[in-house]
Design a protein around this ligand. Structure first.
Ligand code: CA
Length: 245
């Protein structure tokens, strides 16, 4: 397997895994270590809070159902104070239910993964989160004024999107939504997060508005709007732009 830790003598990136089921914890630990990460594992929410307040990690994989302190409460607490307020958090949910995943994302997690998951998907999500945070660290999201995603280009300065070289006519919301999602490939945004980011908390719009704008966008940018390849649905949660290959 490829070493995702990018080598060149840099210290290994440290990942904290909080998971009470030993078999899953061991599986996750094994595969992340294989991918080149240094891994610290804990099986108890209260212990994880203590460790997470005191020591900075580069990423945290957090199960929702934990003894001691549940993952949602733990995530909120880590976001409030301590060494990991800005650390990327991947939430692992027991069921692919809307309430769990939305709660997870609204509590400050960056992405979620539903059990049962494949280890390849886990490693891919972890890598996507690292890529996203490194772009944020470099301030590159703001500077990514010109994005190319396959046959689609998005120019934030000119507020212009093109598909196979031809301009696409987009409303302000359509453009903002397309730009936000395409600047963060592979990252799930809940409808609520999209409303806050694209509509700026406008009280006249509802989560249904997000679905409507996504449908309109798909008709403009997808080859087959019924079978989207760029603007993907994260069932029960929201939307994401297809991850980079
Ligand atoms: Ca659990």
């Amino acid at each position: 397997m490829t070493d995702l830790n990018a080598g060149n003598g840099a210290p290994k990136r440290r990942i904290l895994i909080v998971e009470d089921e030993p078999a899953i914890r061991e599986l996750v630990r094994f595969h992340l270590a294989l991918a080149g990460f240094e891994v610290v594992e804990l099986g108890d929410g209260a212990a994880a809070l203590e460790r997470g307040r005191a020591h900075r990690f580069d990423l945290i994989v957090l199960d929702i159902m934990l003894p001691g302190l549940d993952g949602i409460t733990l995530c909120r607490a880590l976001r409030t104070e301590g060494a990991n307020r800005a650390t990327p958090i991947l939430m692992v949910t027991a069921r692919d239910t809307e309430s769990d995943t939305v709660l997870g994302l609204e509590s400050g997690a960056d992405d979620y993964l539903a059990k049962p998951f494949g280890v390849r998907e886990l490693v891919a999500r972890v890598s996507a989160l690292f890529r996203r945070h490194e772009r944020l660290d470099r301030g590159a999201v703001r500077d990514t004024h010109h994005l190319t995603r396959g046959e689609l280009t998005v120019d934030a300065d000119k507020r212009l999107a093109k598909l196979r070289g031809a301009s696409i006519d987009l409303t302000k919301q359509e453009f903002d939504l397309l730009y936000l999602l395409s600047a963060n490939p592979g990252i799930v945004f809940s409808r609520q997060a999209l409303l806050a980011r694209v509509w700026g908390g406008d009280t006249y719009v509802t989560e249904r508005t997000v679905d409507t704008v996504v449908s309109r966008l798909r008709r403009k940018v997808e080859t087959d709007p019924q079978d989207p390849e760029l603007l993907l649905t994260a069932w029960g949660v929201g939307y994401k732009f297809v991850d980079e290959a």
